[in-house]
Design a protein around this ligand. Structure first.
Ligand code: SF4
Length: 361
C-alpha cells in the first residue's frame, strides 16, 4: 500500500467519524499489512531533568509557572541514567526515552552530559531516544554521532489549537526541529495529546500535519490528557475510550508504517480498552510506573496483559539498525555555542494566566 502525504483534514475527519466497527476493521487490516499484529514495542520514559520548565504548556505540571506537586530535579548523572536503563532492560524494555524539561537544547556541559548518556545507553544495546525541546541541525547531528536512535518532539495538537495551549513558542519551531532531526539518520517520534478541549477537527488537523511529513514519523505517540491539579487543564474531562480508539485507528490508517504508541492516560483505560487500541493498530507502549510525572500501569500488569493477548515484545533495532557511537573526542560536529532565536509568540491564554495567578495568590 502506497504511503500518502497529501491527506486533507476532511478526508481524515471522514475516517475518524466512520461507524466504529468499520473503522476498527479498516485500521486492523492496514495494521496487519504493515506490521506483525502480535508484536508490541516497549519503551521506558525516564525524566532526566524534572520541573522548573520556563514554557507555559497548559497540560504540563512541569511548567515552573503553575503550582503543582511536581518536585524539580537537576539533570541526573550518567551513572544514574545507566542504572535506570539497566533496570528498564531487565524488565523487558527495548528503548529508553530520556526527557528533560527544557525549552530547547543549549550547547554546554549539560548537553555534553546528555550526549554521554546517549552513548552509554546505545552501548547497552538499547534504542535510545531523547526529548529535550527544540534542537538545531548541529545539535541533532551531535546526538546522531552519539548514537541516538530517535528524537521525540510532539506537535501536541493542530496548528490552530496550539495557540490555545502554549504561548511561549510557535508551531513552526516544532516543525523546524523535526526537519533538523530529519537531516540526520535519527528517527522521528512526534505525536500529540487528546482531551485538551480540542475539537475533532483539531485532532484531524494534527494528523494532517504529521501525515504530510515526508517521510512520515517512524513513531507517533497518542496521549490522553492526564489532568493535573494546578495546571490550566486541571478540570478537563477524561477522554472517553472510544475517542482514544478512534484516534489510534485513524493514525494507523493515515500513517501505515509508523509505530503508534499508546502513551499517557493508560492508567485510566481498562485492559479491554487497551486491547481495542492494540487491535486498532497501537503497537508500542511506555512501560514503568511513571510517565515523566504522571502515573502509568505497573510493568507486571502490562506483561500479564501481553500474556493474556498473546503479544510479544519487539526486540531492539528490529525496525531500524543500531547507530554507531562516536566518542566525544572523535566527533566531527563540535559545539558551535549557538544561541538560536526560537520564536516566542507571547499571546494571552486566559486559562494559563489564571493558573499562573493562582500560584502567586
Ligand atoms: S511539556 Fe515540556 S516544554 Fe512544555 S512545560 Fe512541560 S516540560 Fe516544559
Amino acid at each position: 500500500m502506497e504511503i500518502r502525504h497529501n491527506w486533507t483534514q476532511e478526508e481524515i475527519l471522514e475516517i475518524y467519524n466512520k461507524p466504529f466497527m468499520e473503522l476498527l476493521y479498516e485500521a486492523a487490516t492496514v495494521h496487519r499489512k504493515h506490521h506483525d499484529p502480535n508484536t508490541v514495542q516497549v519503551s521506558t520514559l525516564l525524566s532526566i531533568k524534572t520541573g522548573g520548565c520556563p514554557e507555559d504548556c497548559g497540560y504540563c505540571p512541569q511548567a515552573a509557572r503553575y503550582h503543582t506537586d511536581v518536585e524539580g530535579n537537576d539533570l541526573m548523572s550518567v551513572q544514574q541514567v545507566k542504572a535506570q536503563a539497566l533496570r528498564a532492560k531487565s524488565s523487558g524494555s527495548s528503548r529508553v526515552c530520556m526527557g528533560a524539561a527544557w525549552r530547547n537544547v543549549k550547547d554546554g556541559p549539560e548537553f555534553d552530559n546528555v550526549l554521554e548518556m546517549v552513548r552509554t545507553i546505545n552501548k547497552l544495546d538499547m534504542e535510545v531516544c531523547c526529548t529535550l525541546g527544540m534542537v538545531t541541525e548541529n545539535q541533532a547531528k551531535r546526538l546522531e554521532e552519539a548514537g541516538l536512535y530517535a528524537y521525540n518532539h510532539n506537535l501536541d495538537t493542530s496548528e490552530e489549537y496550539y495557540k490555545e495551549v502554549i504561548s511561549t513558542r510557535g508551531y513552526e519551531d516544532r516543525l523546524e526541529t523535526l526537519s533538523n532531526v530529519r537531516k540526520t539518520n535519527v528517527t522521528v517520534c512526534s505525536g500529540g495529546i487528546i482531551g485538551m478541549g480540542e475539537s475533532k477537527e483539531d485532532r484531524a488537523g494534527m494528523l494532517v500535519a504529521l501525515a504530510r511529513l515526508n517521510p512520515q514519523p517512524e513513531s507517533v505517540p497518542i496521549n490522553a490528557l492526564v489532568p493535573v491539579e494546578g495546571t490550566p487543564m486541571e478540570e478537563q474531562q477524561k477522554v472517553p475510550i472510544w475517542d482514544m480508539v478512534r484516534m489510534v485507528a485513524t493514525t494507523r490508517i493515515v500513517m501505515p508504517e509508523t509505530q503508534v504508541r499508546l502513551s499517557a492516560g493508560r492508567t485510566d483505560m481498562s485492559k479491554e480498552g487497551q486491547s481495542m487500541c492494540f487491535f486498532a493498530g497501537a503497537n508500542s507502549i511506555f512501560a514503568g510506573d511513571k510517565l515523566l510525572t504522571t502515573p502509568n500501569p505497573d510493568v507486571s500488569e502490562d506483561m500479564q496483559l501481553f500474556k493474556e493477548l498473546g503479544l510479544n515484545v519487539q526486540k531492539p533495532f528490529e525496525k531500524h539498525s543500531q547507530r554507531e557511537t562516536i566518542e566525544a573526542e572523535d566527533s566531527v560536529h563540535q559545539s558551535l555555542g549557538e544561541k538560536p532565536r526560537w520564536s516566542r509568540p507571547g499571546h494571552k491564554i486566559e486559562k494559563n494566566l489564571e493558573a499562573q495567578a493562582k500560584r502567586k495568590a
